[in-house]
Design a protein around this ligand. Structure first.
Ligand SMILES: Cc1ncc(COP(=O)(O)O)c(C=O)c1O
Length: 345
C-alpha cells in the first residue's frame, strides 16, 4: 500500500531504530533521562529559545501551551481552520476553559488588520470587567487544512508585533515548521522569533515514531511541564523515543524538499485528469488537496488499487507526501487516481 493519508504514517528507518535501540535512558518524570534532556536542549537551540519540553503528541504540545498562556474565560484568536480549533477534540474549551475567536484567513494566513478587528483594545468608556480579554493568538505554519501552506515571514512578524502592542501572548503551531524552512530556506528560529511558545512535531515529516515539543522562555516551559504532568504526559524511559526524534531532527529536515517535489509532481499531473479540481496556489509543501464529485467513492477505488488517501469532506481528498513515498510511488499514485477517475465516468 502506498499510504498518502498523512505524514504521520512513516515507519522509523533502520538507522533511526538503531539510534533508538542504543539510547541512554532514565526516568523523564524525575528529569533524568539524558536523551530527552539532549533532545530538549537541541530543539530549544534550533528554534532560538531558552528551553523546551518533550511531550507525547502535537495535540498535547498545543494544549499545554494554551493552558500555560491563559486562564479560564479568556479568548484565543486563531485562523478559522486551525488544527487547534477543528482537530483537537474540543480541548481548548475542555482543558483550558477558553473561547476561540476564529479569523477567516486566505490560505491559512490572516492579516494584522484582521487580528486587530478580532482583538480590539478595551473601549475607554467601559469598565474593564465589561471587556472580554483576548489572552493569546496562535498561528499555524505550515497550515494543514489550507494545504500545508506557508505563512510569509512578514505576515507572521506583523501579527507578533501587533500582539506585542496589545499585550497578547503568541503561540505558533509549528507541527510542520520544518517543511516551511525546507521550502523557503528561512531558518526555523527566524520563523519562531518573537513567539512566546512554538510547538513542533517529530512524528510527521521527520519520520520519528512519537513526540512533539513546546519551546519558549524558561518560565513558560516550567509551567508547561506542570501541565504535561497534569494531562498524563509524564513518560518514564522516554529516551527510547526521544532518540528517534533527535535522529529525525538531525537527519531528515533537509530531505523534506523531496516530499515537496513529489507533492508538486502529483498535483501537476492530477490537475490534467478530467473532473478533478486543484488549487495549485495552495500546494506549497507536502500536502495536496483535490476536489472530485464523490470523494469517498474515489478513495475506495484507489485503496482497492493500493493507494490510501483521506476524504476530508464529501468532495475533498487529501494526499500527503513523506519519507516512505518515492518518486516511483508518486507516479504509481497518479496512475491509480487516473484509473479511479476513468471508472467514475
Ligand atoms: C498543524 C497540526 N498541529 C498539530 C497536530 C497534532 O499532532 P498529533 O497528531 O501528533 O497530536 C497536527 C496533526 O496532524 C497538525 O497537523
Amino acid at each position: 500500500m502506498i499510504d498518502l493519508r498523512s505524514d504521520t504514517v512513516t515507519r522509523p528507518t533502520d538507522a533511526m531504530r538503531t539510534a533508538m535501540a542504543v539510547a541512554d535512558v532514565g526516568d523523564d518524570v524525575f528529569g533524568d533521562d539524558p536523551t530527552v534532556n539532549e533532545l530538549e536542549r537541541a530543539v530549544a537551540e534550533l528554534l532560538g529559545k531558552e528551553d523546551a519540553v518533550y511531550v507525547p503528541s502535537g495535540v498535547m504540545a498545543n494544549q499545554i501551551a494554551l493552558r500555560s498562556h491563559t486562564t479560564p474565560g479568556d479568548l484565543v484568536v486563531m485562523e478559522a481552520e486551525a488544527h487547534i480549533r477543528g482537530h483537537e477534540s474540543g480541548a481548548p474549551a475542555a482543558l483550558s476553559g477558553v473561547t476561540i475567536t476564529p479569523v477567516a484567513g486566505h490560505l491559512g494566513v490572516f492579516t494584522a488588520e484582521q487580528f486587530l478587528a478580532a482583538a480590539p483594545p478595551p473601549p475607554k468608556d467601559l469598565p474593564s470587567a465589561q471587556h472580554d480579554p483576548v489572552a493569546l493568538v496562535t498561528l499555524e505554519n505550515t497550515h494543514m487544512e489550507a494545504g500545508g501552506t506557508i505563512w510569509p515571514l512578514e505576515a507572521t512578524q506583523a501579527i507578533v508585533a501587533t500582539a506585542g502592542d496589545l499585550g497578547i501572548a503568541t503561540h505558533l503551531d509549528g507541527a510542520r515548521l520544518w517543511n516551511a524552512t525546507a521550502a523557503t530556506g528561512i531558518p526555523e528560529a527566524t520563523y519562531a522569533e518573537g513567539f512566546d511558545t512554538v510547538s513542533v512535531c517529530f512524528s510527521k515529516g521527520l519520520g520519528a515514531p512519537v513526540g512533539s515539543a513546546v519551546v519558549g522562555l524558561g518560565a513558560t516551559i516550567e509551567r508547561a511541564r506542570r501541565y504535561k504532568k497534569m494531562y498524563g504526559g509524564g513518560f518514564r524511559q522516554a529516551g527510547i523515543i526521544a532518540a528517534g526524534a533527535l535522529y529525525g531532527m538531525e537527519h531528515h529536515r533537509e530531505r523534506l524538499v523531496a516530499d515537496h517535489d513529489n507533492a508538486r509532481r502529483f498535483a501537476d499531473a492530477v490537475l490534467e485528469i478530467p473532473n478533478i479540481e486543484i488549487d495549485l496556489a495552495s500546494v506549497h509543501t507536502n500536502i495536496v488537496y483535490f476536489f472530485v464529485a464523490a470523494a469517498h467513492e474515489v478513495i475506495d477505488r484507489c485503496a482497492a488499487d493500493g493507494v490510501a488517501m483521506l476524504a476530508m469532506a464529501p468532495t475533498r481528498i487529501r494526499a500527503v507526501f513523506h519519507l516512505d513515498v518515492s518518486v516511483d510511488d508518486t507516479d504509481r499514485a497518479i496512475e491509480v487516481v487516473r484509473n479511479a477517475m476513468t471508472k467514475e465516468q
